[in-house]
Design a protein around this ligand. Structure first.
Ligand code: FES
Length: 135
């Protein structure tokens, strides 16, 4: 499985597939038990939502038609990150690192990008899978 953001066309395609198979039993490969499954309603367009998953903080971003699931832990010394909507940046309160919404570093002291988890939209649900890479 690859790690990449979900674009609007994919999300709409998944939604259309879900609607056409409404009442059916298909819907793609089974979802692993360790996957995170959340309703897309919980992550509306334009939002960044912190979600805890197996003791790890995630930031799920639904910005500009792209959905990403990023680690919510700073790559400098592990502080919890937050979203600054005015700056449109992920910020660390400990030493001031800033990350772009794609997880890359805008300014340090952090040097490494945030881990990005594989994610997909299926039948109105966002599914985040174990694994992932730095962007
Ligand atoms: S822990 Fe985030 S900048 Fe130091």
């Amino acid at each position: 499985m690859t790690s990449r953001p979900i674009d609007r066309r994919e999300a709409l395609g998944a939604l259309a597939a879900a609607l056409t198979t409404l009442g059916g039993c298909g819907g793609g490969p089974p979802i692993p038990k360790d996957a995170l499954v959340v309703s897309l309603e919980r992550v509306p367009a334009g939002s960044v939502v912190p979600i805890r998953w197996r003791e790890e903080p995630l930031l799920v971003l639904n910005l500009g038609g792209t959905i990403r699931a990023l680690s919510g832990t700073c790559t400098h010394e592990g502080c919890p990150l937050g979203w600054n909507p005015r700056q449109q940046l992920i910020r660390c309160p400990c030493h001031g690192s800033a990350f772009f919404p794609d997880g890359t570093v805008k300014s340090g002291p952090a040097q490494r990008p945030l881990r990005q988890y594989p994610a997909e939209v299926r039948k109105g649900k966002l599914i985040v899978f174990e694994g992932g890479t730095t962007s």
